[in-house]
Design a protein around this ligand. Structure first.
Ligand code: ISL
Length: 546
């Protein structure tokens, strides 16, 4: 048996043991006052993260990029976006993180590049070997090559007069899709991954990693919201690519991969984690407050949320658990109550997240209960997706008032991208310049410094809960078993050897009866005794010895 396989079988992998924290660099901490967070700003906060109990940081893209999609459009995979600093800054961050035993994971965006990437510029000109690095097709008469649509709305093809051809982009036109039918593309991707692993990064969060390989370019079924999906979702070719990357690159390093996997089901998730990725993000629990698409919001269905979490706990050996990321809304505003029960509900969600089986992923600001933003108009929004959706709805003659109130304000990704709230100084202590995106007006109440000084703050509870998770084999390794799901209450066991933790979470503003007994391990109400009634948004862990 290879040593690496022996270690894998007999020890818990480090990426299962540690709590991960996602940083959205442009909104984290600005040390140059250009209005954008930067790499030195992250280094400056490593002690904060260490004290919080974080073991892995995932950086949203810091590569060179014209920033049409905030770095998810990469123009040079080997360079650092000057807004964020230099490669020396990056090396320093890696070294300082290593000193503190914090691992750094990068974002890997390889479905598409930026249209300003040299590869694309040469491809447009037909220059070899880049001519077929992207997916080019002639139009059908005056029409586009097929009916596929983009994730950001509208057609997935844009015409380039230089070649008298269209290129495919499943996202914005500034994000052309790479052509994985061309083996040279994967060779380049391997070089990129190797470069960063050699630099000392410990893995990758792999952006839309199950839509790389397009089987055919036939028309998509008319009824699907995303036309063309059936031709590129988790295809055999995609599996081949991921297996090859695992065998030729990832397996040579002590690293891990988590896939951002579009429309994944437990079955496809298992296929993607069998000798390919280490874990995947599912989106199913993020769909419990919407009809079909996130733009059609409905009341949060807690029961569905709990049942979905249970389903994934049973179906996969290991989950990547999260309630927030840079594309979603703030969880306390979405699944909790950011008004009367801000503190209680943020803590209850914290307990839930950290006691499910799997690797917990926090997103910056979640640990202080940051909320959605009260945007006043489209001019406040920076996100390319929001602007594309707005133009799309405009073409459908949807009135401005409805576009704004029903769709954009409620669902824009900028809700979660506002700058980190460090203090009650100007701009929440994020920058002394003008922040690239407005700071949430509630920063005087919700900020790190204030919560560091309060024993019962959300931040203090995160610290306690992360400490518990970091030191408890029950929470790290215990089996998951459902206990009860009521309309508002979620209860489950974590069982390890002879210890049994019962986790009870009430996600409502009402008292809820759950008559059980046990010694309290932790409670978000700091109670020492449980009398069988869960208070509003109370979360509690009780211990039973079997
Ligand atoms: O955010 C979404 C819908 O509003 C998702 O559909 C999202 O586009 C999808 O999950 C893919 O997201 C990833 O790739 C995008 C980028 O914009 C996102 O920020 C990234 O997380 C394109 O690279």
């Amino acid at each position: 048996m290879k040593l690496v396989d022996y270690v894998r079988r007999n020890f818990m992998e480090w990426w299962k043991e540690r709590v991960l924290y996602q940083i959205y660099p442009r909104s984290f901490n600005d040390t140059t006052n250009n209005g954008y967070g930067d790499i030195n700003g992250i280094t400056e906060k490593l002690d904060y993260l260490k004290e919080l109990g974080i073991g892995i940081i995932w950086l949203s893209p810091v590569y060179n990029s014209p920033d049409f999609d905030n770095g998810y459009d990469i123009s040079d995979y080997y360079g650092i976006n000057p807004k964020f600093g230099t490669m020396e800054d990056m090396d320093l961050l890696l070294a300082e993180a290593r000193k503190r035993d914090i691992k750094i994971v990068m974002d890997l965006v390889i479905n598409h590049t930026s249209s300003e990437n040299e590869w694309f510029k040469k491809s447009v000109m037909g220059i070899e070997p880049y001519k077929d690095f992207y997916i080019w097709r002639k139009g059908k008469g005056k029409k586009r090559p097929n009916n596929w649509t983009s994730f950001f709305s509208g057609p997935a093809w844009t015409y380039a007069k230089e070649r008298d051809e269209y290129y495919l982009h499943l996202f914005a036109p500034e994000q052309p899709d790479l052509n994985y039918q061309n083996p040279r593309v994967l060779d380049e991707v391997k070089k990129i991954i190797t470069f960063w692993l050699d630099k000392g990064v410990s893995g990758f969060r792999c952006d839309v990693i199950n839509i790389l390989f397009k089987n055919t370019l036939e028309n998509g079924k008319a009824q699907l919201a995303l036309k063309g999906l059936e031709h590129y979702l988790s295809t055999e070719g995609n599996h081949r690519i991921l297996k090859e990357l695992r065998k030729d690159v990832f397996d040579n390093y002590d690293c891990f991969t988590v896939g951002e996997t579009v429309l994944v089901t437990p079955k496809t998730a298992r296929e993607l984690t069998d000798n390919e990725l280490n874990m995947v993000f599912s989106f199913e629990h993020m769909e419990c407050d919407q009809f079909l698409l996130k733009w059609f919001k409905r009341k949060f269905n807690k029961k569905k949320f709990f049942n979905t979490l249970v389903k994934w706990q049973y179906e996969l050996d290991w989950n990547a658990n999260y309630f927030e990321n840079h594309d979603q809304l703030r969880s306390v505003s979405r699944f909790g109550n950011d008004k009367e029960y801000h503190k209680e509900s943020a803590k209850a969600l914290c307990m839930l997240l950290l006691s499910l089986k799997g690797t917990p992923f926090l997103y910056q600001g979640e640990e202080i209960g940051m909320t959605n933003f009260d945007y006043k108009s489209l001019a406040d929004l920076q996100d390319v997706e929001s602007h594309m959706i707005d133009s799309f709805l405009k073409k459908l003659l949807v009135p401005k008032f409805i576009r704004w109130n029903r769709f954009l304000k409620k669902s824009s990704r900028d809700n979660v991208r506002t700058p980190m709230q460090w203090s009650d100084y100007d701009n929440a202590g994020f920058t002394d310049g003008t922040p690239w995106l407005k700071v949430n007006g509630n920063y005087k109440d919700i900020n790190v410094i204030k919560q560091q000084n309060e024993e019962d703050s959300i931040l203090s509870f995160y610290k306690k809960m992360i400490y518990l998770r970091n030191t408890s084999d029950v929470l790290k390794q215990g089996d998951f078993k459902e206990f009860v799901i009521k309309k508002d209450v979620f209860g489950f066991y974590r069982i390890y050897k002879d210890v049994n933790y019962l986790v009870l979470i009430n996600l409502s503003r009402h008292n809820r009866l759950v008559p059980v007994e046990g010694k309290i391990v932790i409670s978000n109400y700091e109670t020492n005794e449980y009398n069988g009634i869960l208070k509003p948004y109370e979360g509690i862990i009780l211990e039973d010895r079997l």
